[in-house]
Design a protein around this ligand. Structure first.
Ligand SMILES: *[C@@H]1O[C@H](CO)[C@@H](O)[C@H](O)[C@H]1NC(C)=O
Ligand SMILES: *[C@@H]1O[C@H](CO)[C@@H](O)[C@H](O)[C@H]1NC(C)=O
Ligand SMILES: *[C@@H]1O[C@H](CO)[C@@H](O)[C@H](O)[C@H]1NC(C)=O
Ligand SMILES: *[C@@H]1O[C@H](CO)[C@@H](O)[C@H](O)[C@H]1NC(C)=O
Ligand SMILES: *[C@@H]1O[C@H](CO)[C@@H](O)[C@H](O)[C@H]1NC(C)=O
Ligand SMILES: *[C@@H]1O[C@H](CO)[C@@H](O)[C@H](O)[C@H]1NC(C)=O
Ligand SMILES: *[C@@H]1O[C@H](CO)[C@@H](O)[C@H](O)[C@H]1NC(C)=O
Ligand SMILES: *[C@@H]1O[C@H](CO)[C@@H](O)[C@H](O)[C@H]1NC(C)=O
Ligand SMILES: *[C@@H]1O[C@H](CO)[C@@H](O)[C@H](O)[C@H]1NC(C)=O
Length: 673
């Protein structure tokens, strides 16, 4: 934690705007959240290698030669060693019905070891730590395999291990190994290789499949998450995880949805998934891995249940819907059913007998969007009502979320009637906006029923460029401050808004379109970067409230925006959150926050985030490692009437908290830094 410092007074030179007094009442607010207090979090779906090659720690790309109508089977990301020939075969028997294709390695050069290497997901991070690997083979082989971690640029070998062959002619055999390199690689431009001696085979040919290599994982889970990325998320102090989409849930066409049943069980039983973001996916980050992620990070979660709409706009007829409803009920049973239930038993068989805690399910995703108006009309007419009826009847304690907001469909798209929301259903609102528009979000929920904000981010610069223009390459400062104003607006209404989720949360620097994210990464953990948005979301998430508190002021909202609350989980700590956007002539705003009932001399900690460089478009660039966000912590002492006085510069985000020990983490910009 940063030491207390005196707040920079330089901003005062720019002149001061009209002073704002905010009076926070001691009582009269509302309890936040529903099952737990209001919280922040994120949507995760495997968008452009944020799952495979991202938070999912598997290092081998194309490990099981999976394919789908959009992505033909191939040996992509493999290359031969010592003149071997590599090809895809559909051998009999296959490794499994889920993984029918395999890699045939044939020696054309009888001298020396032959084999293949895999380039990973844009490289492989090699350091002195234990890697856990395995591969399956078919074909008679007496001898040893060698598994290698080596440079892709030089002849350097960082680690290797001999694996005794158990390979036989007519069946598939698994080979497991552990590999601890003796030295760390200077860069992530490395490969993983497996070689064998063709002299020990019957005709120089062996078949390989499910070639897997994991570094140590978050909380040591087998088939788990990448540590540096998971810890960067955890340090944000999130409360909620929404998965598996997003668009990912819907699939490209009917029958190609994210089928949870394909995503559970041993990896050799997972056929993979076509995805919707331009690449074949492994389904290694499956339902059980998402649930364990939530469990390990202490997150509540909202699960998207498929509701019969595909991204190409096709949707199920009413007559075809029933199997999907049953499938959604089965999925809930898998998550929370007792071990005596069919799917609860399956969960226990997979190693998790204790039911998970499931409080939120969402029926579909953005059903107002794809295939409008037919998809939307079908959602209103039967897809939502029938699923709602079945799920609420079977699980009356689960909060059901509809996939639209009270303001959907987007009136710019077309004007039509909204969903007729049952009183106990929450909406889901997805504002991807310009910073100015996010400031306008401040009062969005002052007169509305409950929603989750299931996806929100500043994505475009001000000026109406919208979707036709480019997204900003990284979250930028004025965008983050715009988000902070909208977050305060949502939190002010957190008796009806239980969660606010950033999306998309992770960006693989090697492959992206949705550039706006909380965390950027590549194979090299030195590039793992917390975006400017991460600092804003983390600050707010570290100062939670159990109750909103009413405020009055000498000023209207703008350029200062604020909200206040109390956290009974921290002994009744009083919290005020504020942001300054669009002051006249970049002046700072003098603020006095008076907490009713707080005595003179009470201490509070003020944390202010600023961008001292002043450029509203500044961002945290992974390649320079410079964090443009300055975090200033000041201990303030209440004057008469419990008032705390301070000044906030233009484009700043602040939290005042009477729990002076409250955590506001200021970690290094780079995780390994
Ligand atoms: C508490 O909730 C009620 C009903 O939604 C609302 O009218 C009131 O403004 C809320 N109070 C606060 C402090 O947000
Ligand atoms: C065959 O192996 C030998 C010895 O390892 C090597 O010198 C030669 O380059 C290899 N030939 C091919 C085509 O890879
Ligand atoms: C690895 O090095 C090769 C050759 O210099 C280069 O083409 C490639 O982009 C590098 N890859 C990474 C991930 O740095
Ligand atoms: C490894 O090197 C080859 C040849 O230089 C290059 O084509 C490939 O992209 C490199 N792999 C990675 C992960 O950069
Ligand atoms: C080697 O033998 C396997 C069966 O044992 C066969 O499927 C394969 O075609 C043979 N390869 C060559 C190059 O003859
Ligand atoms: C799905 O959409 C395609 C065109 O996008 C259409 O040809 C096909 O008939 C549709 N199928 C169903 C089941 O609606
Ligand atoms: C901020 O100021 C600019 C320039 O005056 C104006 O166009 C914009 O609407 C303002 N934004 C907000 C949210 O007040
Ligand atoms: C995924 O990334 C690739 C490479 O940057 C890009 O061409 C593609 O448009 C992206 N697709 C999506 C849907 O983000
Ligand atoms: C803002 O700056 C302009 C130019 O320096 C000046 O004319 C104007 O009076 C200033 N406005 C305020 C409210 O300070």
């Amino acid at each position: 934690m940063a030491a207390f410092k005196t707040l920079a007074v330089a901003a005062a030179l720019l002149g001061a705007a009209q002073a704002v007094d905010v009076n926070v009442r001691a009582n009269g607010g509302n309890v936040t959240g529903k099952f737990d207090k209001f919280g922040y979090g994120f949507l995760h779906e495997d968008i452009n290698n944020s799952g495979d090659g991202g938070i999912y720690a598997e290092l081998i790309q194309n490990r099981a030669f999976q394919y789908s109508p959009s992505y033909p089977v191939s040996t992509a990301h493999y290359s031969p060693i010592n003149g071997a020939s590599l090809g895809i075969e559909f051998v009999s028997p296959p490794l499994s019905s889920a993984l029918p294709a395999s890699l045939r390695v044939s020696a054309t050069n009888t001298t020396g070891q032959v084999g293949f290497q895999n380039e990973g997901y844009w490289g492989i991070d090699v350091r002195v730590q234990k890697y856990t690997g395995s591969f399956w083979t078919k074909g008679a082989y007496k001898g040893e395999f060698t598994a290698w971690l080596k440079s892709n640029l030089t002849t350097d070998v960082f680690g290797r291990v001999q694996v005794q062959s158990k390979s036989v002619a007519d069946a598939w055999t698994e080979h497991k190994f552990e590999l601890t390199p003796s030295v760390a690689a200077p860069s992530s431009n490395n490969t993983f290789a497996v070689t064998f001696d063709p002299a020990g085979t019957s005709n120089g040919t062996l078949d390989f499949n499910l070639i897997s290599l994991f570094p140590p994982t978050y909380k040591g889970r087998a088939n788990g998450l990448r540590i540096d990325i998971a810890e960067a998320l955890e340090e944000m102090n999130p409360t909620y995880l929404r998965f598996p989409g997003g668009n990912m849930l819907e699939g490209l066409r009917l029958g190609a949805e994210w089928d949870w049943k394909d995503s559970i069980g041993p990896l050799r039983e997972r056929p993979g998934f076509e995805g919707v973001w331009g690449y074949q996916q492994t389904h290694g980050l499956g339902l059980i891995e998402y649930l364990e992620w939530a469990e390990d990070m202490g997150l509540h979660f909202a699960v998207g249940l498929y509701a019969g709409l595909a991204l190409n706009g096709n949707y199920t007829t009413e007559a075809e819907l029933q199997p999907y409803i049953q499938d959604a009920l089965n999925e809930i049973e898998f998550i929370i059913g007792p071990v005596t239930s069919t799917w609860g038993a399956r969960r226990a068989e997979l190693g998790h007998p204790e039911p998970f805690e499931l409080n939120y399910v969402e029926l579909g995703n953005e059903d107002w969007l794809a295939g409008f108006p037919g998809g939307w009309e079908s959602y209103k007419a039967y897809r939502f009502p029938l699923m709602y009826e079945a799920v609420s009847k079977a699980y009356p304690d689960i909060q059901i979320i509809a996939s639209s907001a009270s303001s959907d469909p987007n009136p710019e798209t077309a004007a039509t009637d909204g969903l007729d929301f049952p009183a106990d259903v929450l909406g889901d609102y997805h504002p991807y906006r310009e910073p100015d528009q996010l400031v306008d979000e401040f009062d969005r929920f002052d007169n509305d029923f409950g929603h989750i904000v299931g996806e929100v981010a500043a994505v475009h610069v001000n000026g109406g460029i919208e979707w036709l223009g480019l997204l900003n390459p990284y979250p930028w400062w004025i965008g983050a401050v715009g988000e902070s104003v909208s977050l305060i607006g949502y939190e002010r209404n957190s008796d009806r808004i239980p969660m606010v989720l950033y999306a998309p949360v992770l960006k693989n620097i090697n492959r992206f379109q949705w550039s706006i994210t909380l965390i950027q990464f590549a194979a090299d953990p030195a590039l793992t970067t917390r975006a400017v948005t991460w600092y804003v979301w983390s600050l707010f998430a570290h100062h939670p409230i159990t109750h909103t508190l009413p405020t009055t002021s000498t000023s209207d909202y703008g350029p200062l925006y604020w909200g206040a609350g109390r956290d009974d989980d921290r002994g009744g700590a009083l919290v005020w959150k504020g942001a300054v956007f669009n002051t006249t002539n970049s002046s700072s705003v003098p603020v006095t926050v008076n907490f009713q009932g707080v005595r003179r001399g009470t201490k509070a900690k003020l944390t202010v985030l600023t961008n001292p460089g002043g450029d509203p478009f500044a961002y945290n660039d992974p390649f320079t490692g410079v964090n443009i966000v300055k975090t200033t912590e000041t201990e303030l002492v209440a004057g008469p009437r419990g008032g705390f006085k301070f000044s906030l510069p233009e484009l700043s985000v602040a939290v005042l908290d009477t729990d002076v020990a409250a955590v506001s983490k200021d970690p290094p910009h780079h995780y390994w830094g």
